[in-house]
Design a protein around this ligand. Structure first.
Ligand code: FE2
Ligand code: FE2
Length: 202
C-alpha cells in the first residue's frame, strides 16, 4: 500500500465512522504496525486490517445482519448466530472489506472478522489486530496494563490474558458471551500451558 493508497483508504473509512472512531482506528493502526514490525509480519497487511477493522461499527443492526448472513464464507456466516449484537460489526467489516475494498487475503479478512471475539486458530495478524484494538493507548479499563506488558513477549499469552479478562467482565455484568470467545479462551489456555516459561536470568 503506497502512502497515497493509505490516504485514500483513510478518507474512505472516515466517511463511514465518526471523527472519534477514526482516531481510535488510527491508534489501532499505529500499535498494529509496531507489533507487526516486532513480530516479523507484514506491516502492510497489519495497516490494511487495522484501518478496516471498524468500518462497519456504525452501521445499523439490520445492515450488519444482512451483510453477515449473505456472506459467501461459512466461517463469517457462523458469526451471524452471535447472542451479542456488538460482535456483528466485526464480520460485517470483513464482508465490506471484501466486497467494497477488494480485500481477498484470508488473513486480513479473518483478522477483521475476529477482532471482537477472537477465535481458535488465530494467526499472527489476527492476534495483532485483536490486541491492538484491546490495548491501543485510548483504552483505560482495568487489566489493560497487564496485557500491554505481555505484547512483546508472547502474543498467545497476551491473547489468553485479554480473553480471560473479557469473559470475566461479560459474566460479571450478565452480558451475552459469543461461543468464539469461549472457544478462543480454551484454545489459548492450551497453547499457553505448552509454552515453556522464560529461562531464569543468571
Ligand atoms: Fe471493533
Ligand atoms: Fe476497534
Amino acid at each position: 500500500m503506497t502512502p497515497d493508497e493509505r490516504g485514500d483508504l483513510i478518507r474512505s473509512v472516515s466517511c463511514h465512522v465518526s471523527a472519534k472512531r477514526m482516531e481510535h482506528i488510527l491508534r489501532v493502526e499505529a500499535l498494529a504496525v509496531k507489533l507487526a514490525q516486532s513480530w516479523g509480519i507484514s506491516v502492510e497487511k497489519a495497516s490494511t486490517a487495522a484501518l478496516l477493522h471498524d468500518v462497519a461499527r456504525e452501521e445499523s443492526l439490520s445492515t450488519m445482519t444482512a451483510l453477515v448472513q449473505r456472506s459467501d464464507d461459512p466461517w463469517i456466516r457462523d458469526l451471524a448466530q452471535t447472542p451479542a449484537p456488538l460482535v456483528l460489526h466485526a464480520p460485517a467489516g470483513a464482508v465490506i472489506a471484501k466486497q467494497h475494498y477488494g480485500v481477498s487475503d484470508p488473513a486480513i479478512l479473518r483478522a477483521i472478522a475476529w477482532h471482537t471475539t477472537g477465535a481458535p486458530g488465530m494467526g499472527h495478524l489476527a492476534m495483532i489486530i485483536f490486541l491492538a484494538d484491546y490495548c491501543e493507548p485510548g483504552r483505560h479499563f482495568r487489566g489493560v496494563g497487564r496485557v500491554r506488558t505481555l505484547l512483546y513477549t508472547s502474543l498467545e499469552a497476551s491473547m489468553f490474558q485479554a480473553l480471560t479478562q473479557t469473559l470475566a467482565y461479560l459474566r460479571h455484568n450478565g452480558l451475552p458471551v459469543d461461543k468464539h470467545t469461549e472457544a478462543a479462551a480454551a484454545y489459548f489456555s492450551r497453547l499457553v500451558e505448552h509454552v515453556p516459561p522464560p529461562a531464569a536470568q543468571p
